[in-house]
Ligand binder design. Structure first.
Ligand code: SIN
Ligand code: CO
Length: 389
């Protein structure tokens, strides 16, 4: 079931995107009135003990001030904790907790490919990770307990002073400009660069829905790595037409200009850059053995009867999906792989990429044509979609 965000009166998703997204914070009282914590603090601690799941423990008064420890942890790490002033945080939990994957549906009015993860934190009484800024958009959703968030939108992010010699980026100076008292279901949206400081009253859990925003250099770095791997016709430095000269140690202006031009004129057509970006933004490290499947190997009738008896169909929370509209059909991206999809399948693929769960009514228009049913069945067989049993 999708929980729509209960925006304040006079704001809806359209107005939020126009007036707040990437611009200014918004406190949304009772944003998700029906939200209940899908996991307990003990279960969160259990996940922080698992190999392959990124977790951190931040102790304000540990062996040193603001001590950071990285997981995976063991049971003893948790039984030896103080009564207060610590937080533990576990990342990527939308991949492991179906309710947190479904929580992402509440943000369906924003580009899904921008979503990074749902991070869950547990803060003991007076727990905080310190005042800081993040360089991405984040929605902070309050679960268990209560927390006071203070923010400052005026401070200049480029001149912020950090406490030196810490493994954490904590602001040396922070002046609260606004304060919000958060209870279960309340949400605070923060665009990048807003200073914020959350201190728990009673023990509390916070769900951070973060949106990725790669830097120009990260994008360029990956683009160039991929081109280097796959291209053999790169332009090389040339200096025909120079004059003989005894100052052979000097890097002459013409050579410098040539190098500047090579750096500034990154090769690639618009279509090549778009295709690289689709792969880059959906890359997960998951390898689809058979590529993106379009035709099934098994019995489509079994898929239909399972949908009718065990629906809804759910999309795999480990994989990333996106598409680019083309003049004919679309280009589909899953987990860093790319596939052209013909116009006849485009509507179904759009639905599969735009939503995370599909009931029988949503899929019934696609159960009649063998081509559509074949695609659904093929995705089910490869585990890109599944039935919750
Ligand atoms: C937290 O959950 O304690 C920190 C979340 C954040 O500041 O982004
Ligand atoms: Co933050």
């Amino acid at each position: 079931m999708i929980l729509p965000i209960n925006f304040p009166e006079s704001i809806d998703a359209k107005i939020f995107v126009r007036d707040y997204w990437q611009q200014k914070p918004l406190f949304i009282k009772n944003a998700l009135p029906d939200f209940t914590d899908p996991l307990t603090a003990e279960e969160l601690a259990g996940l922080a003990c698992e190999e392959g799941i990124a977790s951190r423990l931040i102790l304000e008064r540990g062996d040193s001030p603001w001590q950071v420890r990285h997981g995976p942890f063991n049971e003893k790490d948790f039984t030896s904790l103080p009564e207060s002033h610590y937080t533990f945080l576990v990342q990527d939990l939308n991949r492991y907790i179906p309710e947190l994957n479904q929580l992402l549906d509440s943000f369906n009015f924003l580009p899904a490919w921008r979503i990074d993860d749902v991070m869950v934190s547990y803060a003991a009484p007076h727990g905080t990770v310190g005042p800081h800024t993040d360089q991405y958009d984040v929605f902070l959703l309050q679960g268990l307990g209560t927390r006071r968030w203070q923010i400052n939108t005026q401070a200049d992010a480029r001149n912020e002073k950090l406490i030196p010699d810490l493994d954490l980026r904590i602001l040396a100076e922070f002046a609260a400009e606004e304060e919000f008292f958060m209870q279960a279901g309340d949400m605070l949206y923060l665009p990048p660069g807003v200073q914020h400081h959350g201190i728990s009253d009673a023990a509390c859990m916070t769900y951070s829905v973060g949106f990725r925003a790669a830097t120009q250099l990260e994008l360029l770095g990956d683009y160039i790595d991929q081109r280097t791997l796959h291209s053999c016709d790169e332009v090389r430095f040339r200096d025909g037409g120079i004059e003989a000269d005894t100052h052979n140690g000097e890097i002459k202006p013409a050579a410098r200009q040539r190098v500047r031009d090579m750096i500034k004129q990154i090769p690639g057509s618009d279509a090549e850059i778009d295709d690289w970006f689709g792969r880059f933004i959906t890359y997960t490290g998951i390898h689809l053995n058979t590529g993106i499947p379009l035709t099934p190997t098994g019995e489509a009738a079994v898929f239909v009867s399972t949908l009718q008896t065990q629906g809804p169909l759910l999309r795999d929370s480990q994989s990333r999906f996106a598409y680019i509209e083309m003049s004919q059909g679309l280009q589909l991206y899953i987990d860093g792989e790319s596939l052209p999809v013909p116009a006849s399948l485009a509507e179904l693929v759009r639905l599969l990429c735009d939503c995370r769960q599909y009931d029988e009514a949503m899929l019934s228009p696609y159960l009649q044509r063998p081509e559509h049913l074949g695609l659904l069945c093929a995705w089910w067989e490869t585990g890109l979609v599944y039935f919750d049993d």
